[in-house]
Design a protein around this ligand. Structure first.
Ligand code: G3H
Length: 490
């Protein structure tokens, strides 16, 4: 049980006097009710704005202690924080399993990957990554102008992350931003925020007051006033397209706001006749079902060449039926969905696909929010499941006879994140897809499922899927800005 009846603003962890709401798990007790696993303070709009005021004060228009501190000292403060965080590793992993139903392996990976990401950011900074181009680290003369460059903070950053990687993706923004001297307001995810409550003591011990602040409760009531305060210089958001638009438009001067976003993806897996079908099936199983398909990088539409479609579907259905469905412990691959409303939305997608000629070829049953992967085949291009990001265990499978169909769909999609192509090395149809999708998506995966990592690789996307690139070194750039010190011999 995590007691979240606190606020963490201006370096002070205080008992909250206002509304405290229970936090429940998707896991149900013997009475059939969701188990209560903690509490959360529902901050008012004014209290949300007080968090941004604290960050604004701590940044002090660039004159605060934190932004003026030497980079090496900030690196040391973050190292101290990460070392302290190890003390609550097991609690955080446990909370991830109860609150968002990540299985043991994924919850452990989330924590450990986060530690590795931050460690690599700090190592990169120690090697001099606080300049974009190493050639400008030392005084450099070009056309009579001598200059050297350093990266420094942007100001007050508001960070919002989604429920599916509540710690990892928040820290992939927050820690690089912190170490570069910014002051932070974290809007804890409405689902998945308890892990952060466990970090409040470590944050208070490591950073000057006001440098990190929490906003908890409803984003709908707090984020508008926070953005409207005029004190926010940057927003980092991992979540939905509409949420991103709303944040930007709530700022009084949106043109002045720096935005970093990782949003939605409708990643296609395209299986060509030349593919190794067993490998394709394994990869598509992992891409469609890991963490119940609740990853922005999940495969959200499977496009099969009609010559291999029946064989692929037979193998895929046999494999999907072997996945262990249950609670996050004991190696379950499919676990309850955290969002109570999700099964109804997924049910609407399935009903719509069925009304347009598709069939459920596997799954289709559910128990509360535990949804057995529901495989739809063949899905018509005008079905909602073909177009929308389902973000859950519904797998639409469709067919094509000519790769031009795939290319036309990809060209007209809002998705700019990833595509996976399954083919042999010398397949001209595959070469055509690769040539024609380079200006459409941020990553083309060959014979492997889409993913964000390894975290040293740039994770970027086009169109409505992202603004900005995430990786160890890109994060340093994303959350800082360059200043050049220059002079000219007269
Ligand atoms: O949900 C979006 C994440 O960025 C996906 O990351 O591919 O490592 O699971 P992942």
């Amino acid at each position: 049980f995590v007691d979240g009846s606190i606020t963490f603003v201006n370096g002070l962890k205080r008992a909250y006097a206002g509304e405290i709401a229970p936090v429940t798990s998707p896991i149900r007790g013997p009475d059939g009710k969701r188990v209560e696993i903690g509490t959360v303070a529902h901050m008012t709009a004014e209290e949300g704005v007080s968090a941004v005021d604290a960050a604004f004060e701590a940044f002090g228009r660039g004159q605060g202690t934190w932004p003026r501190m030497a980079l090496g000292e900030r690196v040391a403060a973050v190292e101290h924080f990460m070392a302290t965080l190890l003390g609550v590793r097991d609690e955080i992993i446990n909370v991830l399993m109860w609150e968002i139903c990540k299985n043991t392996s994924d919850a452990t990976k989330e924590f450990d990957r986060t530690m590795d990401f931050v460690k690599d950011v700090l190592e990169a900074l120690k090697r001099g990554a606080d300049v974009s181009s190493p050639s400008f680290r030392e005084w450099t003369t070009i056309s009579g102008v001598t200059g050297k460059v350093r990266r420094g903070p942007i100001g007050v950053c508001v960070m919002v992350a989604a429920f599916n990687y509540p710690l990892n993706e928040m820290y992939a923004m927050m820690l690089p931003a912190l170490v570069m001297g910014n002051a932070i307001v974290l809007k804890l995810p409405t689902i998945g925020g308890l892990s952060h409550v466990l970090t409040a003591d470590a944050l208070a011990a490591a950073f000057p007051k006001g440098v990190v602040n929490f906003v908890t409760g409803s984003g709908r009531s707090t984020l508008g006033p926070i953005m409207g305060s005029g004190k926010v210089d940057m927003v980092g958001l991992i979540g939905g397209r509409k949420a991103c638009d709303a944040l930007v438009l709530a700022h009084p001067e949106p043109h002045r706001l720096k935005v970093f976003s990782q949003l939605e993806g409708k990643n296609y897996a395209v299986v060509l006749p030349s593919a190794d079908l067993d490998n394709a099936v394994n990869q598509v199983i992992s891409g469609t079902t890991s963490y119940n398909g609740q990853r922005c990088t999940a495969i959200k539409l499977v496009l099969l060449h009609e010559s291999i479609s029946d064989e692929f579907v037979t193998k895929y259905v046999a494999a999907v039926k072997t996945l262990k469905v249950g609670l996050p412990w004991h190696g379950a691959a499919i676990t309850p969905l955290p969002d109570e409303h999700k099964p109804a939305y997924l049910g609407d997608l399935v009903a719509d696909a069925l009304s347009k000629g598709s069939k459920v070829v596997s799954g289709g049953s559910k128990h509360h929010t535990l949804v057995v992967p529901t495989v739809l085949y063949p899905v018509s291009p005008d079905a909602r499941a073909f177009q929308e990001e389902q973000f859950g265990p519904v797998v639409p499978i469709s067919t094509f006879s000519d790769v031009d169909f795939v290319l036309a769909r990809a060209a007209h999609s809002w998705n700019g994140q990833q595509i996976a192509v399954f083919c042999s090395g010398d397949d001209p149809a595959a070469a055509k897809i690769l040539d024609n999708t380079q200006a459409i998506v941020g990553r083309i995966n060959i014979n492997t499922a889409p993913s964000r990592g390894p975290d040293q690789f740039p994770f970027s996307a086009r169109r409505s899927s992202a603004l900005g690139t995430m990786s160890v070194t890109h994060a340093i750039e994303a959350f800082s800005i360059e200043t050049i010190l220059a002079f000219k011999e007269n």
